[in-house]
Design a protein around this ligand. Structure first.
Ligand code: T4K
Length: 383
């Protein structure tokens, strides 16, 4: 590492402090802190415009937004989800008494494979949740086709995919509803936060009611609901960060390309590439160590020893996490998920990463996986 800066995944993208301060001044002078405040409304308008959808309903986090989306869609029984995702995708269902059924992912994209979805549909299935993992769009057309043929509701967990495209269109308008996370570690953050976006007027109306305990007026409750509201300070952070996103994508892309070049000559290590036909936010630099879990974990440990906090993510697959691992019945057949979960390492990314940092990461990984010529280990000495 080039200096004592922390080099880790999940470093927040922060807009200018003076802009944030101006929003804080507005909060202080208005005395309005939460409950559908003016900054939340402004953020919702901006997000809806940026994603090209009719409705954005801002929420306190992505998980609650997923839970509300699931309820607003009326899902029940079983819902198909990828086994390779963050656990919140499945928990948003089981938390509400719905059974997540795990399907496999495509090895090239790490997103839900429509053929695998089709294989696990039963008479109890009511929906499918695709995940745009790492910001790479799921196979929206293939999943919609499966959903249509079986009469299922399709929604997307777009937690990673703000400002990305799917089929050339901004992520946000596919399926019945899509859900973003604006967590601190995401491309676009509001400290904690999230949003449900949809072109369905009725669904948006229901989600707004559910977000606020089902209140339809001052003392009129028309629906069961929860507290999913975004606060004004969270919206202030969002409004501060939005204008910088285009520049952030450029900076993220440069770092992604730099890693891709640097790691290209390490046999058995590959940096996952975004779809060249889509816009990506390049928030995640995902390396795949083909030798398997042992080599991958060696690389992660060696990086940690150098102060580089790279992470394996979503290991060992959600189907192997509780409570799902203990559920009765045969274990889901998700070989690609298991292959990928054993091999993925997410590297520190973002504008703070320097060429020196990338060289360090390259040197450490090469040496740990024992597969590349490095200054201290020439090619001839390798196995
Ligand atoms: N669906 C998907 C596909 C998701 O990935 C997520 C969330 C959700 C749904 C649910 O959305 P939310 O309800 O979270 O809005 C993180 C996040 O907590 C979580 O938002 C995210 N996905 C998940 C993939 O990762 P951890 O376990 O990685 O967090 P933690 O505390 O270990 O931090 C990771 C790294 O980030 C560390 O290197 C430290 C750094 N960091 C973290 C925070 C919070 C900072 O530098 N500053 C910070 O403020 O979970």
């Amino acid at each position: 590492m080039s200096d004592a800066r922390p080099l880790h995944v999940g470093r927040p993208n922060l807009g200018p402090r003076e802009v944030f301060d101006r929003y804080v001044d507005r909060i202080y002078s208005g005395g309005w802190l939460t409950n559908d405040g003016p900054l939340v409304r402004e953020l919702e308008e901006e997000v809806a415009a940026r994603t090209g959808v009719r409705h954005c309903v801002a929420m306190c986090n992505g998980t609650v937004a997923l839970e509300i989306a699931v309820r607003a869609l009326g899902l029940e029984g079983e819902v198909v989800v990828p086994a390779f995702t963050f656990v919140a995708t499945a928990h948003a269902l089981s938390w509400q008494g719905i059974r997540p059924v795990f399907a496999d992912v495509d090895p090239r994209t790490h997103t839900l494979d429509p053929r695998s979805v089709e294989a696990v549909i039963t008479p109890r299935t009511t929906g499918i949740i695709g995940v745009h993992l790492w910001g790479r769009p799921a196979d929206v057309t293939g999943l919609q086709d499966v959903a249509d043929r079986h009469g299922l509701a399709l929604m997307f967990d777009a937690a990673h995919a703000f400002d990305c495209t799917a089929g050339g269109r901004p992520v946000g308008g596919a399926g019945r509803v899509e859900v973003f996370s604006f967590h601190a570690t995401k491309f676009f953050n509001t400290f904690e936060g999230g949003a449900l976006v949809t072109n369905d007027d009725e669904l948006a109306h229901t989600a707004r009611l559910m977000r606020n305990f089902g209140f339809a007026g001052y003392d009129t409750v028309v629906h069961p609901g929860t507290n999913g509201k975004m606060s004004e300070i969270a919206a202030a952070m969002g409004l501060t960060n939005l204008p910088g996103l285009d520049a952030l994508i450029d900076a993220n892309r440069a770092v992604h390309e730099s890693y891709s070049r640097a790691l290209a000559d390490i046999p058995g290590v590959e940096v996952l590439q975004p779809d060249p036909l889509e816009r990506s936010n390049f928030q995640y630099v995902v390396a795949v160590v083909e030798d398997g879990a042992e080599a991958r974990d060696r690389a992660v440990a060696a990086l940690h020893a150098e102060g580089v906090l790279a992470r394996r993510y979503f290991w060992p697959g959600v189907h192997r996490m509780q409570p799902y691992a203990s559920w009765d019945g045969p274990a889901p057949s998700v070989p690609v998920t298991e292959w990928v979960a054993d091999r993925v390492v997410v590297l520190p990314a973002g504008p703070g990463v320097t060429p020196d940092d990338v060289s360090t990461v390259r040197r450490v990984i090469a040496s740990a996986v024992d597969g590349a010529p490095t200054p201290d280990r020439p090619a001839a000495a390798r196995r």
